[in-house]
Design a binder for this molecule. Structure first.
Ligand SMILES: Cc1cc2nc3c(=O)[nH]c(=O)nc-3n(C[C@H](O)[C@H](O)[C@H](O)COP(=O)(O)OP(=O)(O)OC[C@H]3O[C@@H](n4cnc5c(N)ncnc54)[C@H](O)[C@@H]3O)c2cc1C
Length: 346
């Protein structure tokens, strides 16, 4: 079976490795002469990494944390106890690409696909990112947000993989992910807010390595046209709440392999749209999350301070309801969405 994958980002590489493992011989076509990562916070959970058929990745995990920390505007903190890492994505992707070739896959670097109609294939997998040419061919539409990030070298005392929930800087969230002696400091929103956030975390005097912005696509609508399918950012499967895209691509790679193995390629889009990575609950949850005020967030923070978010009992949820002044429907939606996001989005 002639399987072609466009793009050697995380979605293309992981899908390629999984197809090889299942006994197929895919070709990855990548426009860059040398593989480089796109802009990313580079945060990933150990659970997701264990599903990537490439060992030993540990050399590419620059920092490892036992938990992620959610920091509320008033400085209170809640935790999600789960092992996670910041990856050195460029070197990790290069190592995966090398392994892909070693195991018999064909990697064609320096080849930009301009028109899908020029290609011959039995199955074409578009993993060519947010500006996907394959996505245009399929007719995919998605929502998008800008993510901005600066890489800083300086002194910073971090407490886990840090997510800041403060509307002053982002209507969604901002982050500081330590990566060895470098800090990936970013937010979902405009570049204009980044300096203020950097100052807020006390890194304004740090050496600036770079400062970049990139599109984050989510709520993809059309993932397939006959034997042409989409994954990763080309599909718009990034988690709408966390904006984590690597985990979604890893879970969807399993769906691709299943569809190929069981001769069920026509069912691909339906299967992905019905998987928790694309759960309809995210639509309301994202809206509700964006509408939360700093005052409500602080009430949550005060109740949750020091607690493990992945392990809250029923009584505690009732207490949260009273404290946050959130309607029960909204709290239930947010809880369900965060449960899925915790499992499938980082
Ligand atoms: C600021 C920011 C922070 C983020 N933080 C995180 C995070 O901490 N954790 C997380 O999981 N996700 C995060 N994400 C999302 C994550 O980076 C993306 O979801 C992920 O990189 C998507 O992978 P991909 O392989 O689908 O696409 P990409 O990484 O965009 O890779 C696409 C590849 O296709 C190639 N290509 C493109 N067009 C063509 C063509 N026409 N022909 C041939 N090749 C082509 C490109 O050169 C590229 O190599 C973040 C995103 C942003 C913007």
């Amino acid at each position: 079976m002639d399987i072609k994958i466009i793009g050697a980002g995380p979605a293309g590489l992981v899908t390629g490795l999984k197809l090889l493992e299942a006994g197929y011989n895919p070709t990855i076509i990548e426009k860059q002469e040398v593989i480089f990562s796109t802009l990313c916070g580079e945060g990933l959970s150990d659970q997701t990494l264990s599903k990537v058929p490439f060992k030993d990745w540990s050399e590419y995990a620059r920092s490892t944390f036992d938990y992620a920390t959610f920091i509320f505007p008033n400085g209170t903190k809640a935790y999600v106890k789960k092992k996670c890492h910041t990856m050195d994505r460029t070197s990790w992707f290069r190592a995966m690409a090398k392994e892909f070739e070693k195991r018999g896959g064909t990697l064609q670097l320096g080849t930009e696909v301009k028109n899908v109609k020029d290609l011959k294939y039995d199955l074409l997998i578009g993993a060519d990112g947010p500006l996907s040419v394959v996505g245009k061919h399929v007719g995919n539409k998605f929502s998008a947000m800008v993510g901005v990030q600066t890489r800083l070298k300086g002194d910073y005392k971090f407490d886990g993989m840090e997510f800041f929930l403060d509307k002053e800087y982002s209507e969604e969230y901002s982050w500081v992910f330590a990566k060895g002696d470098i800090f990936n400091v970013g937010l979902l929103g405009p570049m204009a807010k980044l300096d203020a956030f950097v100052k807020h975390v006390g890194l304004q005097g740090a050496e600036v390595i770079d400062r970049l912005a990139y599109t984050i696509p989510f709520f993809g609508t059309k993932l397939q046209k006959d034997n042409v399918i989409l994954t990763g950012d080309a599909a718009g499967i990034t988690n709408p709440l966390t904006k984590g895209g690597m985990a979604a691509a890893v879970y969807v790679a399993d769906i691709i392999v299943d569809c190929v193995k069981q001769n069920k390629i026509p069912e691909y889009e339906h299967t992905v749209l019905n998987h928790p990575v694309m759960s309809p609950v995210y639509k309301d949850a994202l809206q509700d999350f964006r509408e939360l005020t700093n005052d409500q967030l602080n009430r949550f923070g005060t109740e949750l301070n020091g607690k493990d978010l992945s392990n809250l009992g029923k009584l505690f949820k009732a207490k949260l309801l009273m404290a946050s002044l959130l309607k029960p429907r909204k709290l239930a939606t947010l809880m369900k969405a965060t449960k899925y996001a915790n499992k499938y989005s980082w």
